[in-house]
Design a protein around this ligand. Sequence first.
Ligand code: SF4
Length: 322
Amino acid sequence: MKINHDFIRKSSFQKDLYRWRNQRSILGYARNRFNWHVLPRIYFAPAYPNHMDIELSSRCNLKCPMCFREHREIPNQNSMSFDLFKRIIGEIEGKVYSIKFTGRGEPVMHRGFSKFMDHLKGKSFGEVAMITNGQLLSEDKMQSMIDCAMDTVSFSIDGLKEDYERIRAPGKYEDIIERVAYFHAMRNRAGAKKPIIRIQSVMINETEQREFLNIWEPISDDIFFLHFKNYSADAPNIQKRKYACPMPVQRLMVHWNGTVPMCINDEYEDAVMGDLNSQTVVDIWRGETFRQARKTHMRGERTLAFKNCAKCPLTREGHGDG
Ligand code: SF4
């Protein structure tokens, strides 16, 4: 089961080369890829996570039918405080290779988004990235992403016009094309090579893919098609049993309020590893709760011990394998 390979990349060779040449450090990137792919094979957790996912806001402006939020509401929705954000960045800068703004909500829903991006200027990370539906991305927010030298922004664009407007309602396809094109032109006008603009879509058929590429290739740098994952609570849920998930040795997720769940797929905090209001990242990552959780994974008992793993859509048989 290829938990980190659940997509097909469609960008041209020139664009692949462009992305490689614009890594902050080719050596750092190569080291990170080694840690990411090789350390999980021996189930070894390095001193700090390779990567951190930061939820700026758990609110979302959309109600996409395939999202887990549509099956069960997220309790207690809010946005991260600037103090907590500064404390996290202060601890992990130079230690954690990459950070990504993602989670259960839309990062741009955070009212202080531009201030948070300003705080990242000059900070030493190998990569800073974000996933967004793009619909609320205003000019000042785009500018703050360019100014802080964000490396990658991934726009979730599902399919062509009809699918998009059904899935991402009330968003309009022409509007999101125009917004991404505006951002692309704005970045180029500023003479900035970043953020790399990545377009990600659910998998569509070959004919639709060609049409999709014609629209998006001229205004982006990278295009992914993601294999479908059924997040529905009613989906067939046959879990691979003797399986140690790589996530607990690769990355750490923090929710807006400082709670650290086991992984990005523990949306309802069924397995809490710690709280960044009273602990540090390294306390939690190296702490007893996480260590015991990893041992449970290594014994192949994750589905018996953890509710989140027992229903994980990434590790259901037949889902996400491509
Ligand atoms: S819920 Fe469990 S199996 Fe799924 S990604 Fe998280 S740790 Fe891995």
